[in-house]
Design a protein around this ligand. Structure first.
Ligand code: SF4
Ligand code: SF4
Length: 402
């Protein structure tokens, strides 16, 4: 590790490592050993072992997370670590392994909130696995944020979670306002781990490259994605791809049946402009996310996989997840009318600091009662490019029935 001085300068010798590392135990152990060799007393908290590890790995891979159970685990880990270390020293430093660049940053946010509540946030340090450095931030870190660059889409999938299939006219995010919101976010957060520019289809917005550049300028360390169905990429202007490459953004391509047909052309174009990209798994099924009738909001929230998918609106509101925000935005286009409470989101400009914003983002919201987190309604993907592909063409390998 390169910079012990930061920890040593505090004069505190007790360290509690808060790690949710799922795959690289060796690295955490190495960190622990190095700290111990340098005279620190180390206690692990939040490392997941045995059943818990298997459970969380599975849930994260499915993007289904039992929020309450993990929250309890975080609280318990911090409590037990704090109590054990208290016997030896009045003070403890908390070292949070900063490597959750997966979009599941709510674990990360949860730890920050816990420490802030106990007035311990000044003793929170981060260890960045990539650069092998200790960091200290004055402000909290936001795990994930997305922003709709375009409201409309060229594919119009049935059941689109952002209702882009219903948007007939162009609806674009406002670049100037977006820049203002970014500078406000910069005021309240030290950085954002994962930032995704989504839609609709982002490449329908001619300014998509500038949106990416704006994020990169505001948050130089964020993992930045432009999420696309890929169909426009072979035709998009070279200068847009140049801007995306210069912003160090990754184009994340959702692998719908029409995208599969064009995959080679998409790859060729992105390779030509040296733009990094990644394809999702083949998408053959969709699901409705919002039900017609209200259910049990507490249970829905507890079993929800979207609790870390925070979204920023064009007018500067932040919401825990996208369903209430996109529903409210498209209310005039929908037949089923539901009440959407203003309590579902927080005005970015009304909070005192990033911790207040994090706390707002981590609570159950009134819209939870409408979500179908437990009763999924699945159906085969259907878009305005109705082409049937075989499983082989989609790269889906199904187990043969005996
Ligand atoms: S491609 Fe994505 S944004 Fe476009 S309609 Fe389909 S699901 Fe919605
Ligand atoms: S509103 Fe729906 S998607 Fe959002 S956290 Fe609640 S249950 Fe999950």
């Amino acid at each position: 590790m390169q910079n012990f001085e930061l920890l040593q300068a505090t004069g505190i010798r007790d360290i509690c490592i808060v790690s949710y590392q799922l795959h690289d135990d060796a690295r955490v152990q190495e960190l622990k050993d190095v700290l111990q060799k340098n005279g620190f007393r180390v206690r692990m908290a939040g490392n997941m072992d045995g059943l818990m590890r298997r459970y969380v790995t599975y849930k994260l891979s499915e993007r289904i997370t039992n929020c309450q159970r993990i929250k309890r685990r975080i609280r318990y880990s911090l409590f037990s670590a704090g109590r054990m270390l208290q016997g030896r020293s009045r003070n403890t430093l908390y070292l949070l392994i900063d490597q959750l660049k997966t979009g599941d940053g709510w674990l990360h946010e949860g730890v920050q909130i816990q420490l802030e509540k106990k007035h311990l946030s000044d003793r929170l340090f981060f260890y960045d696995v990539k650069s092998d450095r200790i960091m200290k931030f004055e402000k909290p870190v936001l795990g994930y944020l997305e922003f709709d660059v375009s409201g409309h889409c060229n594919l119009r999938c049935k059941g689109c979670s952002h209702y882009s299939n219903l948007v007939k006219e162009p609806v674009w995010g406002n670049l100037d306002r977006f820049r203002e919101h970014l500078s406000r976010l910069r005021e309240v957060f030290d950085h954002i781990e994962v930032f995704r520019l989504v839609g609709g289809e982002p490449f329908l917005n001619p300014d998509v490259g500038q949106f990416a550049a704006a994020v990169r300028e505001a948050f130089p360390d964020a993992t930045l994605y432009v999420v696309s169905n890929g169909l426009l990429i072979p035709h998009v202007k070279g200068e847009i791809l140049d801007a995306i490459r210069e912003s160090k953004a990754v184009v994340y391509i959702s692998y719908y049946p029409p995208t599969v047909k064009m995959a080679e052309k998409i790859k060729e174009r992105l390779d030509e402009y040296k733009v990094p990209y990644t394809f999702s798994k083949p998408i053959r099924y969709f699901q409705y996310e919002v039900g017609e009738t209200a259910g049990n909001g507490t249970s829905n929230h507890r079993h929800c996989s979207f609790i870390s998918c925070h979204i920023l609106s064009d007018d500067g509101r932040l919401c825990l997840c996208d369903p209430p925000m996109v529903y409210q935005k498209n209310m005039s286009r929908l037949n089923v009318k539901r009440e959407v409470s203003e309590d579902c989101w927080t005005d970015l400009y009304s909070v005192k600091d990033g911790y207040e914003l994090l706390r707002q983002l981590h609570r159950q919201i009134p819209f939870c009662k409408y979500c179908l987190t437990r009763k999924k309604i699945m159906f085969p993907w259907q878009g305005s490019y109705p082409q049937e592909l075989t499983d082989d063409e989609m790269g889906v390998h199904r187990r043969k029935k005996k």
